[in-house]
Design a protein around this ligand. Structure first.
Ligand code: BTN
Length: 242
């Protein structure tokens, strides 16, 4: 495993993106930083993380996606990999919140940001950015976030957890054929936060009650409304209120 450890960087995702423009990087190169000065979250959000307390890292995966239609399956596989490792570490009440947040109970403990770069020879390089809240204890201004330490009262070894997650991602990547993808999808759906449970959603400034029934192959959520109709929504359209 080729791990590049940095004290500080703007974003580990951006660092890999810049490096691959100018030099050859091995498949599964990992860049991990103690501190990110411009950590990026989903949909233009900022990813905040206390220096030295958490895992903020990116893994370069080359040539796994043969087709951009499989992007959501890659998201699923990465979320499932993290879910599997945290389950092995006996973290309770884990779930995956659509699209790919890792929750313990109702609190977010991990997030994933995948960026795909299409090279001139049409190869797809995927930069898998992962943030896991590990030993941070104070989330005063992030009321919906938590960490492994807050949940278990135990301190975790960051290096060991990093290796565990990367090994699982590599293993699952090696089984990313159609059988593997179906298997990851099954684990994803079985552990999807609030699936088959009534909850409140916000759509175009209106709240409504609905039930998550499924997620489509291209990553859209399917929600059953009170009139029994099932409607499909994209990630930017709808918000879960919980
Ligand atoms: C989310 O919003 O849930 C996604 C968070 C992804 C954060 C990680 S931290 C390492 C990598 N580098 C970044 O700038 N972002 C990702």
């Amino acid at each position: 495993m080729n791990i590049i450890k940095l004290n500080a960087i703007d974003s580990t995702n951006d660092y890999i993106k810049e490096l691959i423009q100018n030099q050859f990087l091995e498949n599964y190169t990992i860049v991990c930083a103690k501190k990110q000065t411009n950590g990026k979250g989903q949909m233009g959000a900022i990813w905040e993380s206390e220096e030295g307390k958490n895992l903020t890292f990116s893994i370069l995966i080359k040539d796994l996606l043969l087709d951009l239609n499989d992007i959501f399956n890659l998201n699923i596989m990465i979320a499932v990999s993290i879910f599997q490792v945290l389950t092995q570490h006996k973290i309770k009440h884990l779930s995956i919140k659509w699209a790919n947040d890792i929750l313990a109970g109702k609190k977010k403990i991990g997030g994933i940001l995948i960026e795909n770069v299409i090279k001139s020879n049409k190869e797809i390089h995927s930069i898998i950015g992962i943030g896991i809240n590990v030993n941070q204890e104070n989330f005063a201004h992030l009321p919906q976030a938590s960490s492994l330490k807050c949940i278990t009262q135990k301190e975790f070894n960051l290096d060991e957890l990093l290796v565990d997650i990367c090994q699982q991602v590599i293993l699952n990547s090696k089984n990313f054929d159609s059988i593997g993808q179906n298997k990851y999808r099954k684990i994803y759906i079985e552990n999807l936060f609030a699936i088959h449970k009534p909850m409140t959603f916000q759509f175009e400034d209106q709240n409504f009650m609905g039930i998550i029934r499924n997620v489509t192959d291209d990553g859209l959520i399917q929600i059953e409304h009170e009139n029994d109709l099932i409607k499909t929504y994209g990630i930017k359209e709808i918000k879960m209120l919980y």
